[in-house]
Design a protein around this ligand. Structure first.
Ligand code: ADP
Ligand code: MG
Length: 387
């Protein structure tokens, strides 16, 4: 990724807007290695950046106009006035970049417009965070062009606000922070309470391993309502236990907490997932920092079982990926992302990758499921300026 992409995106910018862009920026999609549904419980997550990126060629404007174009959406150039941007008013793709402009202005930064052309290789709607990539690349470009001096985590906060308030999607802080802050060859250990973070070595190639992403290409339609229910259930659990967030329930005190929740079977299950998941993140961090990458496999499998049985957000397609991969020699596998579809990840020795990929594809065909997309996820760089 680099010069050729930047050149192509810059060339299209020239065709659209009749001038050189002032710069070209990139921001990646992400995969969450472990730490699922912990972010809205103030807990831990551990994403890494994909080589797939949203790329933006951008120039600033002084006349209050915001012009937006995406190579991937057949809608031409959309022209808006920055002063007119209103949360909730836009249901199309332009809400993501517009929301970033809105959030920056609302935070007191004087933005007077921009010309933006975007092109992305992050698959949309696959749970790999194409939306955060779009937001972060725009935020980084404007940060540079308007000399705002904001740090990666600050940009991530503003992008989250854009998505929560302007787009209207109740997402946590993980995706934007991953896109803004990840480093190549590392996973990002992020405490979603205070945004403290640590880069954890995660260089699979050096150790003869690969991480596959299996995009099931399904999105079960009830996913949004179910997300809301899980979130409300976690809040209820925290309230019943008298803590600010489930993050505050120590793993060592889980049994006692579950005893107090014995009357509410559903809340008990949700609490057990969140508290054990935070502990799994910490275990994966310790293993990776000790150089024992292979040993994270079983922890991923435990995480999947917890999401399937306690949090109940898996689906037949995701379970089939995990079961088939493990039966074909994978070191570990789990669903990743919000659930009810999207993608699963598989950790495997290089020598097993072809066998596992073939077995998963055959199992999907035999079950009558849509053919999955399988690709290798190399822990890659976070958002950056290309030109
Ligand atoms: P995810 O972030 O998991 O990929 P979302 O539903 O959060 O899924 O975001 C997908 C939306 O982001 C798309 O519906 C579209 O509005 C926007 N989007 C993603 N990629 C692009 C792109 N290349 N160009 C324009 N809009 C995009
Ligand atoms: Mg998204």
């Amino acid at each position: 990724m680099g010069e050729a992409v930047a050149e192509a995106v810059g060339e299209r910018f020239r065709e659209l807007y009749g001038a050189e862009p002032e710069g070209v920026w990139a921001a990646p999609g992400r995969v969450n290695l472990i730490g699922e549904h912990t972010d809205y419980n103030d807990g831990f997550v551990m994403p890494f950046a994909l080589p797939h990126t949203a790329v933006a060629a951008v120039s600033h404007r002084d006349d209050g106009l915001l012009r937006l174009h995406s190579a991937d959406i057949d809608a031409g150039v959309v022209e808006l006035r920055v002063a007119d941007l209103t949360p909730g008013s836009d249901r199309s793709w332009t809400a993501y970049p517009s929301g970033v402009v809105w959030a920056l202005r609302e935070a007191g930064h004087e933005l007077t417009g921009a010309d933006i052309h975007l092109a992305s290789t992050v698959p949309s709607g696959a749970g790999l965070s194409s939306s955060a990539a779009l937001e972060v690349v725009v935020a980084l470009a404007l940060n540079d062009l308007y000399s705002l001096g904001l740090r990666g985590w600050q940009l991530a906060r503003l992008c989250q606000r854009a998505e929560n308030v302007y787009v209207g999607a109740p997402v946590g802080i993980m995706d934007q922070t991953a896109s803004a802050c990840c480093e190549a060859g590392h996973a990002l250990f992020l405490d979603t309470r205070d945004l403290s973070q640590r880069q954890i070595p995660f260089d699979l190639a050096a150790e003869g391993m690969r991480l596959l992403v299996v995009d099931t290409q399904v999105k079960h339609s009830h996913s949004e309502g179910e997300y809301g229910k899980r979130r409300a259930g976690c809040e209820k659990g925290a309230a019943l236990l008298g803590v600010d967030a489930l993050r505050d329930v120590p793993y060592a005190e889980l049994d006692a907490a579950l005893e107090r929740l014995a009357d509410d079977e559903e809340v008990s299950r949700l609490v057990r997932h969140v508290v054990t998941e935070d502990e799994r993140v910490e275990r994966v961090v310790s293993l990776l920092e000790a150089g024992d990458t292979r040993a994270i496999g079983p922890v991923l499998v435990e995480g999947h079982a917890s999401l399937r049985d306690d949090f109940r957000i898996s689906c037949p397609e995701l379970d089939l990926v995990v079961d088939t991969a493990l039966a074909s020699g994978a070191l570990g596998a789990r669903m990743t992302g919000g659930g009810f579809g999207g993608s699963a990840i598989v950790l495997a020795d290089v020598s097993e990758v072809d066998t596992i990929t073939k077995a998963v594809k055959e199992a999907f065909a035999a079950a009558g499921f849509t053919a999955p997309r399988v690709f290798e996820a190399i822990p890659s760089a976070g958002a950056r300026r290309l030109v």
